[in-house]
Ligand binder design. Structure first.
Ligand SMILES: NC(=O)C1=CN([C@@H]2O[C@H](COP(=O)(O)OP(=O)(O)OC[C@H]3O[C@@H](n4cnc5c(N)ncnc54)[C@H](O)[C@@H]3O)[C@@H](O)[C@H]2O)C=CC1
Ligand SMILES: C[N+](C)(C)CCCC(=O)O
Length: 587
């Protein structure tokens, strides 16, 4: 079929061959009119079928020729219009310190909703500059109730769709995120403080997660079980209903995707509460889901802190809570959810061990140790912050790690050359500095970093920067080795034997992740088997492909995110027993 061509305001008649499914490309003829914004249009089929279309055209001139890909089943006409893109700010000129977000940050019923409780609003700071990025207006009881009811009404429609229909919309969501990845990453950097290089990867992981669960949605199925006498049973995999997601500030957009993708794939609706420190990007995800075609209310965002979170956990219409954050808050979430017998997934903190044997490939072990400690300024739950190094290679390992750590470019997170940005807040930076001070008092040696970093760029003067820190002469009983610091602080600990190091590595209440560097494959798998943690990385660290499950042992939580298994945490099984004979009666 030939691709029809049209321009703004014109109607084009499209005549596909036969009645098979056809895709065709609708090319814009007047490229210059299509930047940047949404192209909207109405498809009207001769059989009465109509389809509203929303596609984003990115701002770069080359992209404005990207064809619209529309699925058609019959003759239809298409009227093209353009509306400006409301949600994403103009990004071309955004630089650190220049953005103020005024738009409403809640989202339910398919639209942004301004918070009402302005008297309780709190400023949200841009970590790299300390300037006020936006105001956080917490949602109260009535607003939380509205969001949950909106989710419930969407759930009733969405759960009736076939998996393949849900998949189509999720794939479209992934496509739009991929298309706008750089803009979303910029917003994430401004709100979180991490480097743009990392933020782009985070956004990629987010769309990959949605794409992955789109692939799984059509495969969800039950079983058929033959019973005596021709009777049988079958199972149906059904959604839970309205699920709540509560997120942390370290991976704001990615966490929203990790929770919503499996939830939506299984037929649930979600109300998501971002951390009050990073409220800006979850609502972009909500808009993209809408644009891709989910029913209004399927993915909602409510802003707020502990009080709003607790309203969500207590709400009787909520079936499940998936939480990412600290252990103390995780315990509270579990307690509150227990009252309503709601299912819970907890992704909590860690103090993960990274074990480096003398037979490792040293260059890769050093790279692994840096990846295990310094992503997102060290604010990562699965970081391998207890670096156990076999005594024989201590000297060359430490030398190389310190050399590389000193070379990490700290600074303006929006610059491509920057490798470490700013910590999330001033109090958090002070907390991290407190851990370093205490480590010194307890006998550790600071080999490098561990001090506030003051940039020569005047606009970064108020930012929460810290030079990445390596601590030597650490012992297992020190606070810096026992507690989660959530900052760029690596503690190095010597060891002699495999048996000894395994015992020390497991001597913690946490169990999120672990890592081992060795060339001995038997040792690698033996160590992986014996480490008490939800993940063990062999000869790498902190890679997180969406195909593999992620989650904790012990006090690092339970339940999993990513991978096939997460379907189990967002669905329930119904057994249907079918009698083909007479009812056996005892009475
Ligand atoms: N495992 C991880 O990925 C994370 C660990 N942490 C650790 O926790 C420390 C504190 O950071 P926070 O952001 O304060 O973590 P937090 O655990 O208090 O907050 C996480 C989320 O839970 C919400 N929340 C807080 N109290 C709640 C309640 N009573 N009911 C329902 N929801 C509630 C927060 O608003 C936020 O959205 C960090 O310094 C770090 O050590 C923080 C963030 C992520
Ligand atoms: C992406 N990854 C593996 C570095 C971290 C994800 C877990 C978290 O939320 O901290």
């Amino acid at each position: 079929m030939r691709s029809p061509r049209t321009s703004l305001g014109n109607t084009v008649l499209v005549d596909p061959i036969g009645f098979d499914l056809h895709y065709f490309n609708l090319h814009a003829t007047d490229k210059k009119e299509y930047s940047p914004g949404l192209i909207t249009g109405l498809l009207t089929g001769c059989n009465g079928f109509t389809h509203k279309l929303n596609r984003h055209f990115s701002s770069t001139p080359a992209d404005s020729a990207v064809p619209l890909r529309i699925q058609v089943t019959s003759h239809f006409k298409f009227k093209m219009a353009q509306t400006p893109l409301l949600s994403l700010p103009e990004f071309h000129n955004v630089s650190t310190g220049s953005l103020v977000v005024k738009e409403a940050l809640n989202f339910w019923g398919g639209t942004r909703v301004q918070g009402k409780d302005t008297k309780n609003s709190e400023p949200v700071y841009e970590p790299a500059t300390g300037h006020v990025l936006c105001d956080l207006i917490p949602c109260g009881e009535e607003e939380v109730d509205q969001a949950i009811k909106s989710a419930h009404s969407a759930y009733l429609k969405w759960s009736k769709l076939a998996g393949i229909e849900r998949a189509r919309i999720l794939l479209e969501t992934a496509r739009i995120i991929r298309e706008r990845r750089d803009q979303i990453a910029i917003l994430e950097v401004i709100n979180n403080g991490k480097s743009i290089t990392e933020a782009k990867v985070d956004i990629d992981v987010a769309w990959q997660c949605i794409e992955y669960y789109a692939g799984i949605a059509p495969t969800l199925a039950g079983q058929h079980i033959q019973l005596p006498g021709g009777s049988f049973a079958y199972t149906r995999r059904e959604p839970l209903g309205v699920c709540v997601g509560i997120g942390a500030w370290n991976y704001p957009f990615q966490i929203a995707a990790w929770k919503s993708a499996p939830a939506l794939a299984c037929g649930n609706a979600m109300v998501f509460k971002p951390s009050p420190m990073t409220p800006v990007t979850a609502v972009i995800l909500a808009e993209i889901y809408k644009e891709a075609g989910v029913p209004d209310g399927l993915f909602n965002v409510v802003q707020g802190a502990a009080e709003t979170g607790s309203l969500l956990c207590h709400h009787p219409m909520v079936a499940k809570v998936s939480f990412t954050g600290s252990v103390p808050t995780g315990k509270k979430v579990m307690e509150m959810s227990a009252k309503g017998v709601k299912q819970v997934t907890l992704e909590l903190g860690g103090k993960s061990p990274l074990i480096i044997f003398k037979d490792c490939e040293l260059e890769n072990a050093v790279r692994g140790a840096l990846m295990a400690n310094f992503l997102t300024q060290g604010e990562v739950c699965c970081n391998g912050t207890r670096v156990f190094v076999q005594r024989d290679i201590m000297k060359p390992f430490v030398e190389e790690v310190v050399k590389r750590t000193k070379a990490i470019a700290v600074g303006d997170p929006l610059l491509d050359g920057t490798r470490m940005g700013a910590l999330i807040s001033k109090p958090h930076m002070e907390k991290v500095l407190g851990f370093i001070k205490q480590a010194k008092e307890q006998g550790a040696t600071v080999l490098c970093g561990g001090e506030p970093f003051v940039s020569s760029d005047p606009k970064l003067k108020g930012g929460y920067f810290l030079s990445p820190c390596v601590l030597d002469n650490c012992r297992d009983d020190m606070t810096c080795v026992k507690e989660e610091i959530f900052g760029p602080v690596m503690s190095i600990l010597p060891f002699d034997t495999e048996e000894e190091v395994l015992q020390r590595a497991n001597n913690t209440t946490f169990g999120l992740a672990s890592g081992v560097f060795t060339r001995d494959i038997s040792r690698a798998h033996r160590v992986a088997e014996n480490l008490q943690a939800g993940t063990c990385f062999i000869n790498n660290y902190n890679v997180s492909p969406v195909e593999v499950p992620f989650g904790g042992y012990k006090m690092s939580g339970f339940g999993r995110e990513n991978g096939m298994v997460t379907i189990e945490y967002y669905s329930q099984l119904k057994t249907v027993v079918v009698e083909m004979g007479d009812v056996e009666n005892y009475f």
